[in-house]
Design a protein. Structure first.
Length: 154
């Protein structure tokens, strides 16, 4: 057997072994944490118990980043072009969007988040917010220390 032929056979066997390792590696299931992934924002309960229906989406990434946007379900119908100042004010005050980082203390059942960007700029300067985290089936609830809770659904 020639030297070149041996190299071809060694290369072919190496490629087959590498392909097998890659396929096996792709089939390994990565365990995700229950809070990771996409969540539909359902509603906000104020500290005095008032329920405010919301529409929105929040995503919690495995690397500790999050993004969220939500709006109140009942908003003014913007029927003028251009919008009036009152319509623009209502649109802004009933919509929230931001992104940032989060961490979870599983033993304490606490999630802490802080904004890197938010349409309400004062939220970027705020201290991190810590909530008590409850996850039951396809529901996730943030209970705030000062009262109120934010409810998410899968």
């Amino acid at each position: 057997m020639h030297k070149t032929e041996k190299l071809y056979r060694i290369s072919a066997v190496s490629i087959v072994l590498l392909a097998g390792l890659l396929i096996a590696g792709c089939k390994q299931k990565v365990e995700s944490k229950p809070w990771e992934g996409s969540w539909i924002v359902s509603n906000w309960a104020t500290p005095d118990g008032e329920e405010l229906p919301l529409k929105g989406l929040a995503h919690y990434y495995p690397d500790g980043k999050f993004a969220s946007q939500m709006m109140e379900s009942e908003r003014l119908d913007l029927d003028t072009d251009p919008e009036t100042l009152e319509e623009l004010k209502d649109s802004f005050s009933t919509y929230r969007a931001g992104f940032g980082t989060y961490s979870v203390d599983e033993q304490a059942g606490k999630l802490t988040y802080s904004y890197d960007g938010n349409m309400r700029t004062h939220r970027v300067k705020d201290e991190p917010t810590t909530v008590t985290l409850e996850i039951t089936g396809d529901d996730m609830v943030f209970n705030y220390d000062e009262g109120g809770k934010l409810v998410f659904l899968r």
